[in-house]
Design a binder for this molecule. Structure first.
Ligand SMILES: *Cc1c(COP(=O)(O)O)cnc(C)c1O
Length: 237
């Protein structure tokens, strides 16, 4: 099997699993976007995947995003930034990624606003939630989410389009559902605030091990790496 055929087979399998989850939840399959999480994948592999039925690419690292994007690897497939963002790298992603999934502090929100204003654009973002309050993870705590979302009212060069999370990894399907259901509740809570620049149209949640549960709980973007590209090998240097 060529690399392309292998990618094709895996994407078809992911699509079948997505369709089955949508059918169980009574959802239209077109309401869930498949984000190929392409961290560590080479520009050549990414270019192959760009021809497959995925909806967008998600990169975790600014440097990889810049390299692959300058190499033209993404083709015409939309590109999102899904990793932890440092303030000093904001300049490189604003305007390059159409959606930033991982805004989790006032400082970052301000930095994105400033850079988008400088470029004369409106940048779409999601707010990342640290559901379980894990210290090792980024994301705003659920109790601080409403205040962070409310800040968007003052920022005319960004729009909050929803929420994102990376819950603790677990094979326990009911625990997966509980986490994603909490996200759905948070999203409804923020919607209820009636903020004009924070509309909850997206829930970015679900990865290779839990995307079916995420879809059943309302995910609109799932971020899938391993089930598309196979196990990641990280360079040792
Ligand atoms: C790597 C990554 C994914 C994909 O993870 P898999 O388990 O390989 O599907 C999704 N979201 C984020 C933020 C990631 O870093």
């Amino acid at each position: 099997m060529t690399e392309l055929e292998q990618l094709q087979t895996r994407v078809e399998k992911v699509r079948r699993r997505m369709n089955a989850a949508c059918a169980r939840a009574g959802r239209d399959p077109s309401s869930v976007l498949l984000c190929a999480a392409s961290k560590t994948q080479t520009p050549a592999t990414v270019a192959l995947a760009a021809g497959l039925p995925i909806d967008l690419f998600g990169e975790n690292r600014v440097q990889e995003l810049v390299e692959k994007s300058s190499a033209g690897a993404y083709g015409s497939t939309p590109l999102h930034f899904i990793g932890h963002l440092q303030t000093n790298k904001v300049r490189q992603v604003v305007g390059t990624a159409s959606l930033l999934h991982s805004i989790d502090s006032e400082k970052l929100l301000r930095a994105v606003e400033k850079e988008a204003a400088r470029k004369g654009i409106v940048q779409d973002v999601l707010l990342e939630v640290n559901l379980a309050g894990e210290e090792s993870k980024s994301g705003v705590l659920p109790k601080d989410l409403p205040a962070l979302a409310a800040l968007s009212e003052d920022f005319l060069h960004l729009r909050v389009l929803g929420l994102m999370c990376v819950p603790p990894r677990t094979c326990d399907v009911s625990a997966q559902h509980r986490a994603f259901e909490t996200m759905r509740r948070l999203s409804a809570q923020i919607s209820g605030l009636g903020l004009s620049r924070a509309r909850m149209q997206h829930l970015s949640m679900g990865m290779s091990g839990d995307f079916e549960a995420a879809i059943e709980e309302g995910a609109t973007i799932i971020r899938v790496g391993t089930s598309i590209f196979g196990p990641r090998s990280y360079p040792t240097v």
